[in-house]
Write a protein that binds this ligand. Structure first.
Ligand SMILES: *Cc1c(COP(=O)(O)O)cnc(C)c1O
Length: 362
């Protein structure tokens, strides 16, 4: 069998480090002498306990997570948190949402089921191509939290400064920028993300939550499985966790540590993104769609201005081993997702191909 790995620019599920995949492959039939795969192992076994505890500790090391925060490995996708967050945190039944794209909007709409969700800022007026000024927003005096989607996967924007929440708890969906750069966890009450963008296989959601926000006092009718307390009290082992997915996440944490941690990965990500953005700024055919100061390091949308050329580009790029470059169905154009696991060579190859395409099609 000839193995041809492509450069996969998918927004998620996305590329994983090749090294991690190889390790997992090598351990597939017999994990550390257990005679079984991690997929077949009891989540109550000593071996698995070690896997999940090591994963948590490595994540704590990487993000420098203070002791008064819990790390929860959950299921249900990032989308399930759109409900879990208000169910657990809406004590006054009021929360403020900053609408910077579809994921923030979906979270906002879901929260309306449970209480009064206010949209206190939005960039919908310009197709979410920028991050609104959040230095002095009309934060509700009784808001239980202020909610952001920190990196907007679909539109390619990122909060470079966190909003001024005027003392209210900050809740952030970091699905598509998780572990892409250092973060000051103390600025947040709750950080969460689905791992299939930048960490691991779909099926795991990581929630990092300050302990005082974990209470019995959830909204009436909150299912046991959606209470943070249930999972916090049981070390994410209340029921069967997404065991294999967590094992892969653990390997990615080790890989990130080996790469030098989040400061080093940030430098690498900046270098990668610069190659692509610099080209977009000088190209006569391709244009970035995001206001410069709000550009994401992870998701880079761009267009040619012609739907026909866009489609041709996506098709020909795929023939050159540069796949999943089609933009989100609601935006059109192209999007290159260049998460942690995308090697620099992948971005260099993409830009070389774009240059060639420009010459032929301008
Ligand atoms: C992909 C994504 C989601 C949805 O994740 P699911 O795990 O599919 O529910 C939510 N927020 C952001 C920022 C995303 O990129």
């Amino acid at each position: 069998m000839i193995m041809a790995r492509v450069y996969n620019f998918s927004a998620g599920p996305a590329m994983l480090p090749e090294e991690v995949l190889k390790e997992a492959a090598a351990e597939m039939l017999d994990y550390e002498g257990s005679g079984m795969s991690v997929m077949e192992m009891s989540h109550r076994s000593k071996t698995y306990d070690n896997i999940i505890k090591t994963a948590e500790q490595d994540l704590r090391d990487l993000m420098n997570i203070p002791d008064n925060y819990k790390v929860l490995f959950l299921q249900g996708g990032a989308s399930q948190q759109f409900a879990a967050i208000p169910m657990n945190l809406m004590k006054n039944k009021v929360a403020d949402y900053i609408i910077t794209g579809q994921w923030a909007k979906k979270a906002y709409q879901e929260a309306q089921i449970y209480g009064k969700a206010n949209a206190i800022a939005s960039s919908a007026d310009k197709t979410f191509s920028y991050i609104p000024d959040c230095s002095d927003l009309p934060v509700s005096p009784d808001a239980d939290y202020v909610y952001i989607c920190e990196n907007n996967t679909i539109y390619g924007t990122k909060f470079k400064t966190l909003p001024n929440t005027k003392g209210k708890t900050l809740v952030a969906d970091v699905s598509s920028c998780f572990l892409s750069e250092p973060v000051d966890v103390t600025k947040y009450g709750l950080i969460y993300g689905g791992v299939q963008k930048n960490i691991g296989p779909a099926g795991v959601v990581i929630v990092i939550i300050r302990e005082d926000l974990i209470t019995e006092d959830t909204l009436p009718g909150t299912p046991t499985m959606l209470k943070y307390k249930t999972h916090a009290d049981n070390g994410s082992l209340y029921n069967t966790p997404p065991a294999y997915g967590i094992y892969i996440c653990g390997k990615v944490f080790k890989w990130l540590k080996k790469m030098g941690g989040l400061e080093a990965i940030k430098q690498r990500n900046e270098e990668k993104a610069k190659i692509l953005y610099d080209f977009l700024d000088e190209s006569k055919l391709f244009k970035g769609t995001v206001r410069k100061e709000d550009r994401s390091l992870m998701n880079v949308p761009f267009v040619t201005g012609s739907e026909e050329l866009d489609a041709k580009f996506v098709k020909e790029a795929a023939e050159h081993g540069l796949v999943s470059l089609k933009g989100h169905r609601t935006v059109g154009g192209m999007r290159a997702s260049i998460y942690n696991a995308m090697p620099k060579e992948g971005v260099v190859k993409l830009v070389e191909f774009m240059k060639e395409f420009e010459k032929k099609n301008l």
